[in-house]
Ligand binder design. Structure first.
Ligand code: PLP
Length: 355
């Protein structure tokens, strides 16, 4: 399939083939990875290998922990304030889409919150403007969503925040080099650029762990994961194994710098198809907020959209329906979507508009 699903998303074919090869007998153990004890040596190598490879690929400084959790990015909407927001402090949120709204909704249940900026009024077609000096002196952290999966907008650079910056990077982690030390905490559900669903990656500055109190439920306390190498309880072993294979694949592509170049080419192909269509397709995002992961666009009528999606389906394209809040179409072009599949889609878009 020419898979443009928003999530769970396409995985590199090489990863699936490798996993299939070892499915019944992992490294001579006579067992599948998912049958191994999570305390066994062969599993430990997978687990530690995944952590160290992510550290290398993202150039994660030593004063950060890499944690594997469950519950998806959605659980982080609660864990972030539960661990990092103290009484008498305010958690500040920049609203750039539905996922940041959901993050804020959970934080409100934990403590005091404020909204530094929002682009809701323009149906989240851009990353909002903001002034860091507007943050009050009691701000515990500033939360952003680096890529807005539904609306197709993406932060092009990150602010040097005076308070810990928290980034939901679920839909653009590992798509380009980033400077981890601009953040206090980064979280991402794996199911777009990192692997299958079932594991959530948290990268947290060690000094922030001091904020997590023992009063927190054990499994919702970052310290539990940091103190136990994310092995306090049974981790999602098969998901971490697949994550490790995806990281090996990224390394083989030449790392995130090489991946970024391909991602730039893929995004350009689709945005050119939109821009050169003379209004046949309309991009949802403003030019300076365009996402290189999720390309959102509308056609002139619902009828035209229906015909477009039907013909695309007949040609083998999967997952192009837009989210109901934007309408139209969305092509998700995460790391694993091959350049040639994007070329085929751009070609199809051109032919369809000409017809
Ligand atoms: N944040 C962003 C940016 C997302 O795109 C998603 C899911 O698509 C989520 C959070 C929720 O992730 P999960 O389904 O892992 O809870």
């Amino acid at each position: 399939a020419l898979n443009f699903n928003a999530g769970p998303a396409a995985l590199p074919a090489e990863v699936l083939i490798e996993a299939q090869k070892h499915l019944l007998n992992f490294n001579g153990t006579g067992m599948s990875v998912m049958e191994l004890s999570h305390r066994s040596k062969p599993y430990e190598e997978v687990h530690d290998g995944a952590i160290s490879k992510l550290r290398t690929l993202m150039n994660i400084p030593d004063d950060y922990e890499v944690l594997f959790l469950q519950g998806g990015a959605s659980t982080q909407f609660s864990m972030v304030p539960m661990n990092l927001l103290k009484e008498g402090q305010t958690a500040s949120y920049i609203l750039s889409g539905a996922w940041s709204e959901k993050a804020l909704k959970e934080a409100k249940k934990v403590g005091q919150t404020s909204i530094l900026a929002s682009s809701k009024e323009s149906n989240y077609n851009s990353i909002p403007e903001f002034t860091l000096s507007d943050l009050s002196s009691d701000t515990a952290y500033l939360h952003i969503t680096s890529n807005n999966t539904i609306f197709g907008t993406q932060w092009q650079s990150f602010p040097d925040s005076p308070v810990p910056l928290i980034g939901d990077m679920s839909s653009d982690i590992l798509s380009k080099p980033i400077q981890v030390d601009q953040f206090g905490l980064i979280y991402a559900g794996a199911q777009k650029n990192l692997g299958p669903s079932g594991v959530t990656v948290v990268i947290i500055k060690k000094s922030l762990l001091e904020r997590s109190t023992d009063a927190l439920p054990t499994m919702l306390n970052y310290k539990t994961y940091a103190d136990n190498n994310s092995l306090y309880n049974t981790p999602p072993t098969i998901a971490i194994y697949l994550l490790k294979l995806v990281l090996d694949w990224v390394e083989n592509q030449g790392g995130v710098t090489a991946i970024e170049k391909i991602n730039d080419q893929k995004a350009k192909l689709l945005y050119d198809a939109i821009d050169e269509s003379e209004g046949f397709y309309n991009g949802h995002a403003t030019l300076n907020s365009r996402s290189k992961m999720n390309v959102t666009f509308t056609l002139q009528s619902e009828e035209a959209t229906k015909v477009f999606l039907q013909q695309a389906k007949e040609e083998g394209f999967v997952g192009l329906n837009g989210h109901r809040s934007v309408g139209g179409c969305r092509a998700s072009i995460y790391n694993a979507v091959p350049l040639e599949n994007v070329e085929k889609l751009a070609e199809f878009m051109k032919k369809f508009s000409q017809k």
